[in-house]
Design a protein around this ligand. Structure first.
Ligand SMILES: [Fe+2]
Ligand SMILES: [Fe+2]
Length: 367
């Protein structure tokens, strides 16, 4: 199969893998000197799946894998690094440029130390390629999503290769390589899953803001290439996006509110419907389909194991199963008001039942 190659800047090429939902971008940069001599760099060279297309693309662009001089790795993930052994075997002059933290893991492919150049060893993270007179800059992307993650800024084309930062799942309908508004959904999803915390994203956005001259294109390892109005726009959005542990933390607060709401509801239930209360406690403390959702000790709910909306759904199921049907309307009302008073969102399933029964009442009234 012919690989899809796009020149996205001066001597800067994208080789895009073919997956529909989530693909890899491999990039090649040719640093060309005044007499036509070149230094060839490949960024995040992918996996065994990419080797045939990488081989074809390099043949077309630089005369083959054997002419690769620099393999730059943004970090050590298998989608990024698992091709390096065969590349090093075919390219005798090639060196791996990456961070010390990444190398510690990547060398486990059995790569000798002398083929590694730590990016931290360049003064101010900048390397001048003497043979071609070009500047390249390595830019830390700390914890995006790995401690030792790095990006690479090519001053000549003003393209920033950003690794997993600004990467995305494919949510854009148009098959072109450049991002549009539809790309944001995939970018935000990817960052919510893979990035640890907003702080890390913001620090990386700030680092990018310090680059001079500012980049014109951001080229990530997955998803769409970001340029034009979307570059500043998506950077701004990323710096305030909640991801990873930020989302868990949000959930923790909501779970605490839920436990308080359930405790207050149980107290009320004990007063108004003592029999239902003891039957419900019995249901919640015996194993069954859904009772393990709650940690119950000493007659009190201490913990919730699911996301709050699902836990509420299961609690209602247990309550309805522990009470006579004619009490359901009132119990549901009591339950919803306990949830409301702790600022919890009422899951649609609970609201739906309310509506359904409401319409039955109306039918009864007018029927
Ligand atoms: Fe990764
Ligand atoms: Fe990746």
């Amino acid at each position: 199969m012919t690989p899809e190659i796009h020149e996205i800047g001066k001597n800067f090429y994208l080789i895009k893998s073919k997956e529909k939902d989530f693909h890899r971008n491999i990039y090649i940069k040719k640093f060309v000197g005044p007499h036509g001599e070149s230094i060839n760099m490949v960024m995040d060279p992918g996996t065994a799946l990419d080797y045939p297309s990488l081989s074809k693309a390099t043949k077309e662009l630089i005369g083959g894998i054997k002419n690769i001089h620099i393999i730059f790795l943004s970090h050590q993930d298998p989608d990024v690094s698992s091709n390096i052994s065969p590349i090093l075997a075919s390219a005798p002059k090639a060196m791996v440029f990456t961070s010390i933290d990444t190398w510690r893991l990547v060398k486990m492919y059995g790569i000798p130390e002398q083929r590694f150049k730590p990016v931290e060893s360049f003064k101010n993270d900048v390397l001048k390629i003497k043979r071609t007179g070009t500047f390249i800059q390595f830019v830390p992307a700390r914890y995006c999503h790995f401690r030792g993650a790095y990006m690479f800024y090519d001053h000549e084309s003003r393209i920033l290769f950003s690794g997993d930062f600004m990467a995305g799942l494919n949510t854009k309908k148009d098959p072109g390589i450049y991002a549009n508004e539809e790309s944001w959904e995939g970018i935000s999803l990817f960052h919510q899953i893979y990035m640890p915390t907003q702080k890390a994203l913001r620090a990386t956005v700030d680092r990018i803001g310090l680059l001079s001259p500012p980049p014109e294109v951001i080229a990530p390892q997955h998803g769409d290439v970001v340029a034009g109005e979307f570059l500043a726009e998506f950077l701004t959005r990323l710096s305030s996006l909640s991801v990873g542990v930020d989302l868990e933390e949000g959930l923790e607060a909501e779970k605490e509110s839920l436990i308080l709401a359930l405790t207050s509801f149980m107290d009320m239930l004990e007063m108004l419907y003592p029999e239902v209360h003891s039957s419900l406690l019995d249901t919640l403390t015996h194993s069954g389909d859904f009772t393990t959702v709650f940690d119950v000790a000493g007659g009190t709910i201490k913990g919730v194991k699911l996301i709050p909306s699902s836990a509420i759904h299961y609690f209602w199921k247990a309550l309805a199963g522990s009470s006579p049907e004619e009490t359901h309307d009132e119990l549901r009302g009591m339950f919803i008001s306990s949830l409301n008073s702790f600022g919890l969102e009422i899951p649609p399933s609970l609201k739906e039942e309310e509506k359904k029964e409401g319409s039955i009442d109306l039918t009864k009234m007018f029927g």
